[in-house]
Design a protein. Structure first.
Length: 281
């Protein structure tokens, strides 16, 4: 689950964006004292995600709201399934409705897409990684959905891992210089961060293998044949990750080469939200 302070910030910003100075549609025709009940329904096959986020949003409006949850995060759902029911002040339910749906529909879409990739690699040790290609302000929400779908979070941001990509290497004057500078920086800043280096060919891979202190190598835009050759060359000395130009149709071929991870930006940036609805009872 996301840190509560981070989640509150995300939710509070979304509430300000949506409600402004009031839900005038509801306030103009529904008494402040009216009590009602709604149910959250699945309208499409998929993997459910965001239930706990939805509960949190409802309770942000009313800490004493009554919620009965029937289906948990990570479950496979089908049209007509009742995920939860919620009972409280009608004005609070209507204020929360769109935000709950927006969060849960997007999260469920990400979890469903992630599960599809994870299932495709069934029987292999390769894990699916997400990337930083996320919606600004919603990264932790979207990365939680990836985990619910069975994927692995790569890094949350630029602060929790060192990842030297082509531009870093070119600006720093090459792999050896870049890694040396990173190692010195981590000592000076008293930070214990894993170092990953992206390589574009076998010459760069051999440079990485000759350096101490790197934990993972990313094979960028390698073909499956070259990926297999690279994994054999690395021989377990480093964690391996494949990235670049990999589609759902080719991902198993890459995994069969023996890489530890495959990163897929499409898990979070190319998503169709799952259809859910909140209806009055």
């Amino acid at each position: 689950m996301i840190n509560e302070s981070v989640l509150n910030t995300i939710v509070d910003n979304a509430i300000k964006e949506d409600i402004g100075d009031g839900d005038h549609s509801s306030q103009s025709c529904i008494p402040d004292t009216a009590i009602g009940k709604m149910q959250l329904l699945a309208k499409e096959d998929g993997v459910l995600a965001g239930v706990k986020i939805g509960e949190h949003i409802f309770r942000r409006f009313d800490p004493n709201i009554k919620i009965e949850t029937f289906i948990k995060d990570g479950a496979v759902i089908k049209p007509g399934d009742v995920v939860l029911t919620v009972e409280g002040k009608v004005l609070d339910l209507l204020k929360a409705e769109r935000l709950v749906l927006n969060m849960m529909q997007r999260m469920s879409g990400i979890a469903t897409n992630t599960r599809k990739y994870v299932t495709e690699l069934e029987g292999l040790h390769t894990r699916i990684l997400d990337t930083r290609k996320t919606t600004p302000g919603l990264r932790e929400i979207e990365k939680l959905a990836v985990k619910i779908g069975g994927g692995v979070n790569h890094r949350i941001g630029l602060y929790d891992m060192v990842m030297l990509k082509d531009n870093h290497i070119d600006f720093a004057g090459g792999i050896e210089k870049a890694v040396a500078k990173v190692k010195q920086y981590l000592i000076e800043k008293n930070k214990n961060l894993k170092i990953e280096v992206e390589v574009r060919d076998f010459d760069e891979l051999n440079q990485v293998l000759a350096i101490e202190g790197v934990q993972r190598v990313m094979l960028d835009n390698f073909t499956p044949a070259n990926t297999k050759k690279a994994v054999e060359l690395i021989n377990g000395r480093l964690e391996t990750e494949s990235s670049g130009g990999i589609t759902f149709e080719t991902i198993r071929a890459y995994a069969e080469c023996g890489v530890d991870y495959i990163s897929v930006g499409a898990l979070t940036h190319h998503i169709k939200s799952l259809d859910l609805s909140l209806k009055a009872l």
